[in-house]
Design a protein around this ligand. Structure first.
Ligand SMILES: [Zn+2]
Length: 458
């Protein structure tokens, strides 16, 4: 009997949750540390699940072992103008230093109300929730008015070339979508008594560059004023101290005002002053002493930033080298070009140094006035009454910049409910990455319902 159950009321969430947790743990135990990535076993694992339930899917390799999986549930009643919704998750994870973890990062241990492991937050949780969403939509015979695509991709942690970018450039028809849901957003942020679910609608771009200084070579026993190492060090130190000029974007303005509205006094008054360039530096100085993490996050939303990350000079203790180089991780606000950014940099480091761009892509801002954003707001409010979804900008980048090249509107919404004692941003790439089991189960339900509400025929 084909019973139509697209209300979802008949879903047995307990068994669905158990199934999702088992799948999640299986994925966590497949080591996809990038480098080298080796995502193929994880992609094959999911392919098998889709195959057993008759969901069409394609496994693609950019290089041997670097596999991504794309699956699709076609619309039963496609509507004109309703493009696909793509659920994206990357399969690779960053390295874990086993010694520093309480539990083995690839054992998927469940302890203290959490599932522990590399990828529990970044982002095998979203991969699992998205795969389950497809399976449930299919099992529930939900009548779709737009296609739902699932992409589990390789290589996000190394810049997406072997994963999302490979799909976008080489197989665009598989992943072209009107909307994308992806990572970095949808987690609980507690401000006073208020709970927020920031949804990423904007990402900074990157401008990774090298500074090189030239000088006079010489013998280490005879110091002279034209030492390339010293010249370079001055520039690096200046960048380390500097705050580049502030540029307010509408996403960040709205985010700061939303936080302020809910915050207790005196934050309520102080937060909006961050948007006043003359005052914000002093405020950030004060905040750095009280809550360094918050200060760092807010600072990164207000300006282009530079982090010196690699240094190279010389190869012998008693030889003054003729060249010294520093590699800088530059992050650029959406709306700003690499040229504008490098002008700001040059003002700080001064003349006489060579600056070379190594890698660059622009930041993104997506429209938040869309029916998908509304569906997210409804989903959050239904499952966490009183809480609010608010748009925000992330200082890093995700696979979304790749899908944006095909015209998609991308949001970071990988829902997970967190208590105030778990620091979400510290989970990213940190030791002891973990997710509350209940918060994961909550996220699965929210994601499934948001997708169902947004995609099923009305
Ligand atoms: Zn990630």
């Amino acid at each position: 009997m084909n019973e139509r159950t697209d209300s979802g009321a008949t879903l047995d969430w307990q068994s669905v949750t158990e199934e999702a947790i088992a799948c999640f743990k299986d994925l966590l135990r497949i080591d996809t540390t990038n480098p080298p990535g080796n995502e193929r076993p994880a992609a094959e694992y999911l392919a098998k699940r889709f195959a057993s339930e008759g969901i069409e899917h394609t496994l693609l390799e950019s290089e041997p072992g670097r596999a991504s999986l794309v699956a699709r549930l076609p619309a039963a009643k496609p509507r004109d103008g309703k493009g696909a919704l793509l659920l994206n998750g990357h399969l690779d994870v960053v390295p874990a230093d086993r010694e520093r973890w309480t539990h083995d990062p690839f054992a998927a241990v469940e302890a203290d109300g959490c599932i522990w492991g590399r990828g529990t937050i970044d982002m095998k949780n979203m991969v699992t929730m998205s795969a389950m969403t497809l399976l449930l939509l299919k099992r529930q015979r939900v009548e779709l008015e737009r296609d739902v695509i699932f992409a589990a991709v390789a290589d996000e942690e190394a810049g997406s070339r072997q994963g999302a970018l490979f799909l976008v450039e080489r197989h665009p028809d598989l992943v072209r979508a009107e909307y994308v849901l992806n990572e970095v957003g949808g987690h609980t942020v507690h401000v006073g008594e208020q709970r927020f679910y920031p949804v990423q609608v904007s990402e900074k771009g990157i401008c990774w560059f090298e500074i090189s200084a030239e000088g006079e070579p010489g013998h280490g026993s005879m110091p002279h004023p034209h030492n390339a190492v010293v010249r370079l060090s001055r520039a690096v130190a200046a960048l380390g101290r500097a705050r580049l000029p502030q540029h307010n974007t509408r996403v960040v303005e709205a985010f700061v005002h939303a936080l302020a509205a809910a915050a207790p006094f005196p934050q309520k008054r102080l937060l909006p002053l961050l948007l006043v360039p003359g005052l914000s530096n002093r405020l950030l100085d004060v905040l750095e002493k009280q809550n360094l993490e918050q200060a760092i996050a807010l600072n990164a939303m207000l300006r282009n930033t530079t982090s010196p990350t690699m240094l190279a000079a010389g190869n012998k203790v008693n030889v003054i080298p003729s060249e010294a180089k520093a590699t800088i991780d530059g992050r650029v606000l959406p709306g700003q070009s690499a040229e504008q950014f490098l002008k700001e940099v040059e003002r700080v480091i001064g003349p006489g140094l060579r600056v070379t761009i190594l890698e660059q892509h622009d930041g993104t801002i997506f429209d938040k006035d869309t029916p998908l954003f509304d569906a997210i707001c409804r989903g959050v409010a239904r499952h966490d009454p009183g809480a609010m979804a608010i748009p925000y900008m992330v200082p890093g980048f995700t696979d979304s910049f790749a899908y944006a090249r095909l015209g998609a509107t991308c949001y970071g919404f990988s829902p997970v409910r967190l208590k105030s004692d778990l620091n979400f941003s510290r989970m990213y790439h940190g030791h002891d990455e973990r997710i509350p089991t209940e918060g994961f189960a909550w996220g699965l339900k929210v994601l499934y319902e948001v997708v169902r509400d947004f995609c099923h025929t009305t």
